[in-house]
Design a protein around this ligand. Structure first.
Ligand SMILES: [Zn+2]
Length: 217
């Protein structure tokens, strides 16, 4: 009996001093409470309901270079939670989110800025993008058959046609952009005027810029 009590007591003591207000929670919940909302996690570990088309893990992007070793979507945990909530709303209507980019290491931001030094389209690495902070996503929608919804331009189209304010598009396209935007805003994101695909988590604007790369399997 003593063998059992002693480690349990030590465990309780450990969580009392490290987790503070979590000391009354069940032990099984204690480990989970150690993960803060700002921890970087892989979206894949929390949901299988997304479509991945990570453009910077291919040469099909404006850099014309594969700058990620593998197609992974890393974000801070709070961004993952909000994104899953948004995706659940889309799923109810027969759509799901397709991902083009998530967290982006600062070194990649520098390469992008060197090619397109225009803050309307690429954030200056001196300030850092919300992508570099783990709070931004570049997304579109696919329908129930897996077909990509027509949003009027391709991802990373550097022109006025990609703007939310550009209205010379079909009613269908304008309504799909508006649907994407309103659902994301409802779930805690801000839109970005010049790019229909870009969304920032409202509570992610002041997190630290990071430059770590994720591990590939
Ligand atoms: Zn973006």
């Amino acid at each position: 009996m003593l063998h059992f009590i002693k480690p349990l007591f030590l465990l309780f003591f450990f969580f009392s001093i490290t987790a503070g207000n979590a000391q009354n929670e069940a032990y099984s919940d204690a480990a989970e409470s150690q993960i803060s909302d700002t921890t970087f996690v892989k979206l894949r570990d929390y949901s299988n309901d997304f479509v991945y088309d990570m453009k910077y893990a291919t040469e099909d992007n404006f850099l014309k270079a594969k700058v990620y070793d593998c197609a992974e979507c890393m974000l801070r945990l709070k961004t993952v939670k909000a994104l899953i909530a948004a995706n659940n709303d889309f799923l109810k209507k027969g759509f799901r989110i397709k991902l083009y980019d998530c967290y982006r290491p600062l070194d990649i931001q520098k390469r992008m800025w060197a090619i397109v030094s225009n803050p309307s389209y690429v954030a200056d690495p001196k300030k850092g993008s919300i992508h570099n902070r783990g709070g931004a996503v570049d997304i579109s929608l696919v329908d129930i058959t897996g077909k990509e919804v027509d949003m009027g331009t391709s991802f990373d189209f550097f022109g006025i046609q990609a703007s939310h304010n550009f209205k010379q598009l079909s009613k269908e396209i304008l309504s799909k952009r508006a649907y994407l935007k309103s659902t994301m805003i409802k779930n805690g994101f801000n839109s970005f005027d010049s790019e229909w695909w870009h969304y920032n988590l409202k509570t992610g604007l002041k997190d630290k810029v990071a430059n770590e790369k994720w591990k590939c399997d």
